[in-house]
Design a protein around this ligand. Structure first.
Ligand SMILES: [Zn+2]
Length: 264
């Protein structure tokens, strides 16, 4: 494998690692955000339940006031009734008292229902409160773990970036510019192997001529379809070397003196 390709692959290793570390960083942050959202959701639910409980307590208060005023009314009517002499009036008053009594019973039933509903809400609140507390504690724990991981990733990124700079420094400016342009475009592998006469990047077929150029020349060969830079994987290169060594006595080596002027 030509030296430039080796250097490019070294740089690419660093770039791909940086991509991977950045992706992991993003994933971790989004996992954490998801969990935070779930906790917020639960707190919102808890607050809604608390509001419901308060509303029920207000309604209960209103019913109790209503009951009190009806009982007052009944007492009033009873004392008025006692003063009545005429039978017709007495009977009319009696009916009025019975009506108030029925209304009192109705209010008492409603009060009982309200008590039950409040009791239920209170029990629910205890359960929810516990759930929220547990979830919050779990989130805190997760936060600590994720923060440690993020810190580790940041450290790795620092180191890889430093090595990447060194790898860049070992490359010819033109080659580096070409590499950067393709990397920016593809956001992934730039230097790809030719495998089974297909491009390791876009998987379209590669002509025999392109493969031969890649195998034998020092210049940089790019995929005609995706523009990625080709190389022949080590194993094949080794096989090739073994084959050419066998015929080294009789045949002169291919011209490998071509420089990298084949850059596009
Ligand atoms: Zn391609």
């Amino acid at each position: 494998m030509q030296e430039t390709i080796r250097k490019l692959l070294d740089l690419q290793d660093h770039d791909l690692l940086i991509l991977d570390l950045n992706r992991r960083d993003k994933e971790l942050r989004s996992e954490l955000a998801d969990e935070q959202r779930r906790v917020d959701e639960q707190i919102k639910q808890f607050e809604a339940e608390q509001d419901r409980l308060k509303r029920l307590q207000v309604e209960l208060k209103e019913l109790e006031i209503e009951l009190e005023s009806r009982q007052e009314k009944k007492k009033q009517l009873e004392s008025q009734q006692a003063a009545i002499k005429r039978n017709v009036e007495y009977k009319a008053m009696m009916k009025e008292i019975l009506d108030v009594q029925a209304a009192i019973r109705l209010t008492e039933d409603k009060i009982l229902e309200k008590y039950e509903a409040i009791e239920q809400e209170k029990q629910q609140a205890v359960v929810r409160d516990k759930e929220v507390a547990e979830r919050r504690a779990a989130l805190q724990e997760q936060l600590a773990v994720v923060e440690a991981k993020l810190h580790e990733i940041a450290q790795q990124l620092d180191e890889v970036r430093r090595h990447k700079k060194e790898a860049e420094g070992r490359l010819d400016d033109r080659v580096l510019r070409l590499y950067r342009r393709i990397f920016k475009n593809k956001k992934g592998a730039v230097v790809v192997p030719i495998v089974n006469r297909t491009c390791g990047g876009c998987h379209l077929s590669v002509t025999a001529q392109m493969e031969n150029l890649t195998r034998h020349h020092e210049q940089i060969i790019q995929c005609e379809n995706c523009g990625r830079i080709f190389y022949i994987p080590d194993e094949e290169a080794a096989d090739e070397a073994a084959a050419s060594q066998a015929s080294a006595d009789t045949a002169s080596a291919d011209d490998t003196s071509t420089d990298e002027s084949g850059l596009t």
